[in-house]
Design a protein around this ligand. Structure first.
Ligand SMILES: Cc1ncc(COP(=O)(O)O)c(C=O)c1O
Length: 329
């Protein structure tokens, strides 16, 4: 069997690039007060192994029982842990969005769950007790679904990684009884802080597994600090301003790419899928210190995912594209 390989935007092990359009992390973070709290995190002691105060804070913010809140070492760890919990709970199929975040399928394949990609919600037709991943809004498309089918009896998880970066439209109603995965480091521009959390719908068997599979002190002191300030009024106000700025940059960048004959798909976030007029653009741009995310691993050869970046980066992108065009003329 060939195992799927994780591929992500952002740092790729090579030298850093000057202008990175390949990551979905907000280019604006972090909010100043929250950042001060992260820097002041007490690294000299273990955090509370129960994360009691943090779980109460998060539970209160979500209107959920704090016992249902399970801290994770980031969204990626939450995906792995919940997939294992689902497997132990007898789930044998994993339904994953296609195109979608690759970690869902990789985690499922590693445990021997049958991976079932779906293009649209109506395509989700489980034939066995299943784990169903919804990504709202979805990475890499940046799209949002108006409604989801009735998936009662299945372990449904809504990955809300990009909810705080929703630039248009409202959050659709989430399926009743769904788990939620919240990983705010992308919206906060703090992806180096590995912290997120799951909210379970009930203290059922999957919750018991997900809770008992967590390593002790799964969250670092910095992670506790970030999540403790995630629901502060100051963070919410900063995020509202960030979204306004990202709307502006998204519009400007879309106009620039349209002028250069890029095909672009709609999205409600600051990242989206685009097809450049020449297929090798990801490699060519890299030579100019500009990185975009090749979308081939999403099953979309010839496409890339780009995120909105500040004006200086946008100018560098434009310059590089014009130079490449003139080289090829
Ligand atoms: C949809 C989605 N979920 C989860 C993650 C994992 O995020 P992290 O582990 O940094 O919290 C990512 C990262 O790119 C993502 O795109």
């Amino acid at each position: 069997m060939t195992f799927l390989q994780a591929e992500h935007g952002g740092p790729d092990g090579g030298p850093p690039v000057a202008h990175d359009f390949s990551t979905n992390a907000s280019p604006l973070g972090p909010p100043p007060a929250l950042w001060l709290a992260v820097q002041a995190a007490d690294r000299q002691r273990y955090p509370d192994p129960q994360y009691g105060a943090l779980r109460r804070r998060l539970g209160e913010a979500h209107g959920a029982d704090h016992g249902l809140v399970l801290p994770t070492a980031g969204g990626a760890e939450g995906i792995r842990r919940l997939t294992l919990a689902a497997w132990l709970d007898g789930r044998r199929e994993a339904w994953v969005p296609q195109p979608g975040f690759g970690d869902y399928a990789i985690a499922a394949q590693a445990l021997g769950l049958a991976v079932k990609p779906y293009a649209a919600p109506a395509d989700i037709r489980p034939t066995a007790p299943s784990l169903v991943w919804l990504c709202e809004p979805c990475n890499p498309t940046g799209t949002s679904e108006a409604a989801w089918p009735d998936l009662a009896g299945h372990l449904v998880v809504v990955d809300r990684a990009y909810e705080p970066l929703r630039l248009a439209g409202d959050t659709p109603p989430l399926p009743l009884g769904a788990w939620q995965l919240v990983c705010p480091n992308k919206a906060l521009g703090l992806t180096g802080v590995r912290a997120g959390y799951l909210i379970a719908p009930a203290t059922d068997a999957a919750w018991t597994h997900a809770q008992s599979l967590a390593p002790s002190w799964v969250l670092s002191a910095e992670g506790v600090a970030m999540l403790s300030h995630w629901h502060d009024a100051a963070t919410a106000a900063w995020l509202a301003d960030a979204r306004a700025q990202l709307r502006e940059w998204t519009a400007a960048q879309r106009a620039l790419l349209a002028d250069l004959d890029w095909l672009q798909r709609p999205s409600c976030t600051h990242f989206w899928l685009a097809r450049p007029p020449r297929p090798d653009i990801a490699t060519r741009l890299h030579e100019w210190g500009v990185r975009v995310r090749d979308a081939a691993s999403f099953g979309l050869p010839g496409w890339v995912r780009v995120s909105a970046q500040p004006p200086a980066a946008r100018q560098a992108l434009q310059q590089a594209l014009l130079e490449i065009e003139s080289e090829d003329a």
